[in-house]
Design a protein around this ligand. Sequence first.
Ligand code: NI
Length: 179
Amino acid sequence: MALLEILEFPDPRLRTRAVPVTQFDADLVRLVDDMFETMYAAPGIGLAASQVNVHRRLLVMDVSKDRSDALVFVNPEIVERDGIGVMEEGCLSVPNIFDEVERAQRVVVRAQDRHGVVFERELVELAAVCLQHEMDHLEGKLFVDYLSSLKRDRIRRKLEKDRKARATSDAAPVGAARI
Ligand code: NI
């Protein structure tokens, strides 16, 4: 397994629209394993392939506290959505920035597993939010797109400053639930 590099806002590659996965082979299984390793190491609760510069429709997540609920969604589609809720979100591609986003509280997703088998799953609350956030990544969309352009510009400047500071020190960035 290997740790993958996570692209960071405003990297234009994060704006790429991912294409469907058609090959369910050993390379895909390896990519899924590497994405889990990268997500857990970050640490984060969700990771879309787009964030590691692989522009295919695939995401992994685990919203449990003890890494006991690893989920893989290949070619996900939301087939039902209900309710509206607001939750504070963060993102591994937008380090140390958190803000409120409005999303459906419950979704039913249809997807394929890493072997290509189709399944449906109901997700609520944090898991539903995480899935919607990761599916946005596959469309080239980031949670900061839901904020005002003023806020987005401020975030862009802060991240540039943080990156410069990181380049001159060994301090690791800190954060809470980054998806
Ligand atoms: Ni994200």
